[in-house]
Design a protein around this ligand. Structure first.
Ligand code: CTP
Ligand code: CA
Length: 221
């Protein structure tokens, strides 16, 4: 959809958006990942661009056409995403972390394809870097927005993440809701601000939600 915003309220702002899943290599032909489609992050990047922002989109592997007039940085793993984000972080005023980052990676990435044997196989996993938490430690005057994908106790889990990661706000998704979340074109979300204010939104398109998020970001400071 082509929506022209005469209101360039993000003029002069640089917005960093992360989107999509990360893939953590097991061996040259296999990886660990998740169901993120990248649609939410791409919608935010596009909305921010339409509102006049300079946009940097750090994206995991997705099947989407990259938005035009946005700086695209393609990444695969959590480590790649961390490095890409840290490279551009200084230039950004607002960071919106819509990516579904893998929490763990295989403890060793096998250089050769793991061959099947008659035995079961145990994979040992190592904790990944929490990119958003690292950003929270060096936040300064930047605005940090997280996402929370939850299957239960949505608001409390999301509030805990605001504290732990030093966020200004979090967009909380109940991923068990039919036709919402990871792969859908629509999203049912609650936005929680650092001060505890909760905005429970109706189900809306990811593009509409992107604009809502940007509207609320503007109310911070
Ligand atoms: N995130 C991140 N780096 C990670 C994991 C998550 O930057 N290694 C970010 C996500 O991009 C998202 C936020 O942290 O904006 C919350 O992600 P989520 O998976 O909901 O929370 P976790 O802290 O990973 O906790 P859990 O998965 O156990 O609920
Ligand atoms: Ca997680």
């Amino acid at each position: 959809s082509l929506i022209l915003y005469s209101n360039k309220d993000y003029n002069g702002k640089t917005v960093l958006v992360t989107a999509g899943p990360t893939q953590e290599e097991i061996d040259p032909v296999r990886y660990i990942s998740n169901h993120s489609s990248g649609k939410m992050g791409y919608a935010i990047a596009e909305a921010a661009r339409n509102r006049g922002a300079e946009v940097i989109l750090v994206t995991g592997p997705v099947a989407l056409i990259p938005p035009r007039y946005v700086q695209i940085i393609n990444v695969t793993s959590n480590a790649d995403m961390y490095n890409a984000v840290m490279d551009v972080y200084d230039r950004c005023d607002i960071i919106i972390k819509a990516a579904a980052v893998a929490d763990y990676k295989p403890a060793e990435a096998f250089k050769h394809k793991i061959k099947k044997t008659d035995e079961d196989l145990n994979l040992s996993l190592k904790k990944n870097i929490d990119i958003l938490k690292e950003l929270g430690k060096i936040k300064g005057s930047k605005i940090l927005v997280g996402f929370a994908a939850e299957t239960d106790d949505l608001i409390n889990n999301a509030k805990t993440k605001i504290e732990k990661k030093n966020l200004d706000m979090i967009v909380a998704n109940d991923v068990t809701v039919e036709g919402s979340g990871f792969k859908a074109d629509e999203n049912l979300a609650s936005i929680i601000k650092r001060d505890g204010e909760i905005l429970s939104l109706n189900k809306m398109s990811k593009s509409e939600l992107a604009h809502k998020i940007l509207d609320i970001v503007k109310t911070i400071n």
